[in-house]
Design a protein around this ligand. Sequence first.
Ligand SMILES: [Zn+2]
Length: 185
Amino acid sequence: MTTALAPVRSEADILPAYRGTPVADLLRFQNLGTAPAGVPGKYAHPAILIATCLEQGAALRVPEGFAISLHTAAASLKRDPFKVSWAIGVAGVSAIAVVGHDDCRLTELRNHREQFVVQMIEAAGWERPAAEQHFDHWSDLFGVDNPVEFVAAEAARLQSRYPKVLVAPLLYQSATGTLQQVIVE
Ligand SMILES: [Zn+2]
């Protein structure tokens, strides 16, 4: 898979596929600081499900009621199928944003095995074999190689699962606090 990043610095940068959708609204709120035209002061129901990495500290700048937010490892929704379906089926979202971030430390998870094990012994009070087993069991599920490729693949997986829901892979750039559009070529 080849991916590219497309920044959003003005209205014209928003990809045509996102125009007129909650994804475009999210990009406006976060990057342009503007409220989209025609958006009501209050939302009758959330417009979008936003998945972000659990280590992303900065909250996205979206108005109350606009989105349902889930924080998961590297923004993966693989272990939350029912939450996604609930967001669509009950809360009424029509779009999903899978938001990775450029300084995601889950990319180096496998390098942190010993640090993790030592911390679980010293800070959490675990025995070494339990800590090692815990890491080996879960790290395969949580580790990602590259945050951009990961959100692209995760968005594609969700898009085929929910064909009528728009799924957008995005990357949060921590230096600028903006979202970039991930394009799969
Ligand atoms: Zn992360």
